[in-house]
Ligand binder design. Sequence first.
Ligand code: DAH
Length: 357
Amino acid sequence: MNEELIKEIELAKKHLLDQLEKIDDKRSLLRSPELRALYERIPKIEPDQRAYFGKAVNSLKEEIALAVDQHVNQAESLPPIDVTAPFAPNVDMSNRPSLLDANMGSLHPLTKEIDYICDIFESMGFSVIPSREIDDDWHMFTSLNFPEGHPARDDYDTFMTEQKDKEGKPWLAPAHTSTMQNRVLTKFKSNLEEGNSIAAILPGRVFRNEDVDARHEHTFYQFEGVFVGKDVNIGNLLASLKTFLEKYYGTDIEIKTQPFYFPFTEPSLEFAISCPFCSKAGCRVCSYSGWIELLGCGMIHPNVLKAGGIDPEIYQGFAWGCGVDRLVMMKHNIEDVRLFESGRLDFLRQFSAGGDS
Ligand code: DAH
């Protein structure tokens, strides 16, 4: 066979093998225009060269078919991997993140707890409204009676973006679920005009610039409670929380409070419960004190009601904010809060038994 024809076949082979590495549908190579063109050339070749050329084209096709088979078999024999898992393919091929069966998944322990908490409050007549994960100065501070430059703003170690809102203030990652109070008051104040009350639970993820250790996370969960109506007093606040907590822990609970300061409540209280795990006998969970400090609460400050368009001379309300992570840590004896955000399957699998109920 003359040199030009040999070269032609060699060139086509090189091109086809190159393509094999690049394309997804490897088998389509056997129907490629390059191969077809070679076959179409056969009848047009000089008679003395035709048989050789035909054979060469056939063996090229066989060679490509073999290479295609090898590639396809190799790809099919690789176990599927979890492409969402943290994994550096160029560094560590020995530790491939294999795909898990979908039925091994379950709700995160914090999600389960929030669902459980919300179920109880819904049974008590509260509506559930999840909080936001990006917010503004008005909702984080000003509407909650933190005046500009007030030192209490610093207590909230708030993450801020460089981008500014239309007031020229940075957007921020909410440092508490109280950011939702103004929205709830504004949205539901018509309930009050209709002679009803406002009752809402606001669960959500919050963020603070914390030095992270076993007890402190930069990202954690809270649920806020807001109740507004006529003739509402601090006894209603304490009774609502006690009712919730007795349902939540499934046991009788004693409560005690002491004065505290939050700009958005007056009076403000720190709220503690008798240890539901040892009934005040003293155990590891309550540090052998018999009591657990649980949350902050109080009567909603008149300025906060006013910022929501509600007349504090006519209506009163109470609110609280409670951390979810700590509730789950106490319930399951978890000693390090960082496990929640770690994505560690050995940790999470301990909560998957029994499905996601
Ligand atoms: N937002 C407060 C915090 O994260 C908790 C809190 C205290 C919320 C009292 C309230 C409240 O609604 O009334 O520290």
